[in-house]
Design a protein around this ligand. Sequence first.
Ligand code: AMP
Ligand code: TRP
Length: 345
Amino acid sequence: MIDTTSYRGPDRVFSGIQPTGNLHLGNYLGALKKFVDLQEAGWDALYCVVDLHAITQPYDMQALPDQTRQIAAAMLASGLSPEKSTIFVQSSVPAHVELAWIFNCVARMGWVEKMTQFKDKGGDNSERVSLGLLAYPVLQAADILAYKATHVPVGEDQKQHLELSRNIAARFNQQFDAPGFFPEPEALIKGPGARVMSLKDGLKKMSKSDPSDLSRINLIDDADTIARKIKKAKTDLLGDMPADVAGLEGRPEVENLVGIYGALSGQSVAAVLDEFGGQGFGAFKPALADIAVAHLAPITADMRHYMADPAEIDRTLAAGAEKAHAVSDPILREVRSIMGFWGAG
Ligand code: AMP
Ligand code: TRP
């Protein structure tokens, strides 16, 4: 029997990054580096600066345009090419908002109330957070499905949001009797760097919103700052570097530093420990600083170069928006028709 429920469209990648604050090594290893790898592997891919997500919490409207350009600059500096991938800003393509509203009427309250990121960001005072913060992952599903994207490269923290996107896609298909219309998008999380932890606490993820700048390596940090932050990174009193993976048990800070080294050097954790096992942190940390600087310095320099010409970034983003619109517009037309909207044919 033919399986009419499964999606048979082309493979397509979509991912987004919010224009909030400085990008850090976690964003680079968990997201940007994967974007570039997928582009180089020849995937049809769209990468989006998700400004509509950034307004779900208090933000600085004066700073938003430059923060938006900064994410675009980071994408370009990391190696994304506007010829090979579609790079654009979420608010410049109307399909995101339209499909998000439709999905607000498909998703169930119980699904969104369960989201751990909402609970973390919202705290327990629902009077103080916007309705948009609750709907945040629904907009994320709309981002992905407005292009019928099948694969979504993200860090580990987005796993639950991707599960929600899958549920929304499946429920839409079922509710509107449109088997296989939307794919159930798959998160691409695996690989080194999916969860980079704070340099100050191996149990907390590296985050833009951590009050301590020493907790993260920013993409715009200079070489001295990177070296200083790694030197000050927390380790433990359990002795030198372990010789094997089992020796990382109960040593989250060390595990994080070794993981970062492996992700940057393209080596497995075991290979890194083969090299550094038995040595002190006095030897390992400078080696880690060297490899981090070697990797990030050209990206930082390129970011500054792109940021020096905002008009060029704007042209790139405008061209990207046109390409994105050309993909999402026919999909939205079909959605309107499936749902029975007047004038949708
Ligand atoms: P955001 O800055 O929250 O928009 O995140 C952009 C991307 O970076 C998402 O794919 C996140 O999953 C990823 N990301 C954020 N923080 C980390 C981290 N500490 N480790 C790995 N990936 C991360
Ligand atoms: N929520 C994601 C984050 O905080 C950003 C995002 C918005 C996203 N829309 C997306 C990621 C669509 C992947 C696909 O990192």
